[in-house]
Design a protein around this ligand. Structure first.
Ligand code: SF4
Length: 86
């Protein structure tokens, strides 16, 4: 199943009518992040979007109200890697 099939919910995304630059900025900023997250907060498919992005390991852009950095931390929480014992 490709992304277009799996992500049919994307058609219902609140970001469909937003400026793509808000979600996939060339130069991310705190203001842009805040504005994108505000759109996500009112999105009816936020849960599916966040779940997809975390599973797929999307490394770019705002998905499901989360920045790439926030998704990385959610996927690999602090302490997930146990120190090697020698
Ligand atoms: S949660 Fe955000 S990025 Fe995902 S579809 Fe909705 S508005 Fe778009």
């Amino acid at each position: 199943m490709g992304i277009a099939d799996e992500a049919g919910w994307l058609r219902k995304g609140a970001c469909r009518s937003s400026d793509p630059e808000l979600f996939f900025p060339l130069a991310p900023s705190r203001v842009q992040e805040t504005q994108a997250k505000a759109v996500c907060a009112d999105c009816q498919v936020l849960a599916q979007c966040r779940d997809y992005a975390l599973r797929a390991g999307e490394s770019e852009g705002i998905w499901g109200g989360m920045t790439p950095e926030e998704r990385r931390r959610a996927r690999f929480p602090a302490g997930w890697r146990t120190p090697a014992t020698t």
